[in-house]
Write a protein that binds this ligand. Structure first.
Ligand SMILES: [Zn+2]
Length: 363
């Protein structure tokens, strides 16, 4: 068949796919779709990637994963087998084959448990290693194009309040709008806000918004407060299971406090093992690693007039479920009268936003 006709036919079948990208790009898209739980879309993207490169066991593994999650065990099995045929050291696909076989045998004998089996845990671990190896080998420079900016608090949740009555929620909204304005002027970026005026958005919804926008970076803006009103400075946080220090733990506790007003996220009641959720548990550690790197990069820029309080990590609810690198800035102490008065000045807000742009985007 003539090549042009083939591509025209292909674009009729897959109108959502634009040409000019390689198999790896499509595979990454497929991986993103899997993370968004958009399995049918993932299957289309991955099968397209395989049409461009059918010797890549990683793509077959992803396709197997997409089929597995969409419930098509037969096709999942075929894809995992092809992955193993191409690379017999692909233990992830090997284990997934065993898992699928085991499931079909045990279905009639016992009810499936929610807990992953030993084999499933091992498969998840293997998959994580493959992903890490792949990311290192492709030397993926992290490209930030889509940014979700999260002005902390809002509505009934005022955040910290300064000695003159200035509320954190209002200052961080001004900072967020300013940051969006500056980034929007650069053609390379697309920005989104989690809130655009004074209303409350539950913590978990803020990252859901970022996940829906398929952002490359999530920035949560806050202002710190301390019972000691002489404390000043700026610090950057990223998410981790354990806090890096007692003071980081305190900051997370104060930012997490509002969670009590957020409604419980409905839990899946069916017995099907959500392998995507379990995989995300591992994948987010990769995001946290990139977040730490970005936080360091940013924090280095912070100089006079704000004291540099360094990079810290803690378990922030607002960052936890981001399927992308995510950082939280505590830009000054509202409890300190001098920083409070600086923070309400447009000129100073512009300074902070400029530092963010220089630190993260070299603008
Ligand atoms: Zn806050």
């Amino acid at each position: 068949m003539n090549f042009t006709i083939f591509f025209i036919l292909l674009s009729c079948v897959f109108p959502m796919i634009s040409f000019g990208e390689n198999a790896f790009d499509y595979a990454l898209k497929g991986q993103d779709s899997i993370q968004q739980k958009n399995f049918n879309q993932a299957i289309i993207e991955l099968e397209h990637a395989l049409r461009l490169d059918n010797r890549n066991n990683w793509i077959f593994g992803l396709l197997g994963r997409a089929y597995y999650s969409s419930g098509n065990m037969e096709k999942a099995l075929t894809a995992f087998r092809q992955a193993v045929n191409l690379d017999d050291s692909d233990t992830y696909s090997r284990m997934m084959i065993d898992i699928i076989r085991q499931k079909s045998l045990s279905r009639s004998i016992k009810k499936q448990s929610k807990e992953p089996t030993h084999l499933e845990k091992q498969a998840i671990h293997e998959q994580k290693l493959i992903l890490e190896k792949l990311q290192a080998s492709q030397e993926l420079g992290y490209q930030i194009k889509r940014i979700v900016i999260d002005p902390g608090h809002g509505g009934f949740d005022s955040g910290a309040v300064g000695p003159s009555g200035i509320q954190e929620k209002n200052i961080v909204l001004e900072l967020a709008l300013l940051l969006k304005k500056i980034l929007d002027q650069k053609k390379n970026y697309k920005t989104f806000l989690t809130r655009t005026s004074d209303y409350y958005v539950p913590l978990s919804e803020r990252t859901t918004i970022a996940n829906q926008y398929q952002a490359d970076l999530f920035i949560s803006l806050h202002i710190n407060a301390s019972p000691n009103n002489s404390t000043t400075g700026c610090s950057t946080f990223y998410c981790a299971e354990k806090a890096s220090s007692e003071s980081a733990q305190q900051v997370a506790e104060s930012e997490n406090a509002v969670i009590q007003f957020d409604s419980e996220k409905s839990q899946s009641l069916n017995n099907k093992i959500d392998i995507e959720e379990i995989l995300f548990f591992f994948e987010r550690k990769l995001y946290w690693k990139t977040s730490a790197h970005l936080a360091e990069k940013f924090q280095k820029q912070f100089q006079h007039p704000l004291k540099n309080l360094g990079v810290h990590s803690a378990n922030f609810y607002v960052l936890k479920n981001a399927k992308m690198p995510a950082v939280l800035f505590e830009t000054g102490f509202i409890s300190n009268a001098t920083e409070e008065s600086l923070l309400k000045q447009t000129q100073f807000q512009l300074y902070i936003v400029t530092v963010i742009c220089q630190g993260l985007f070299r603008l």
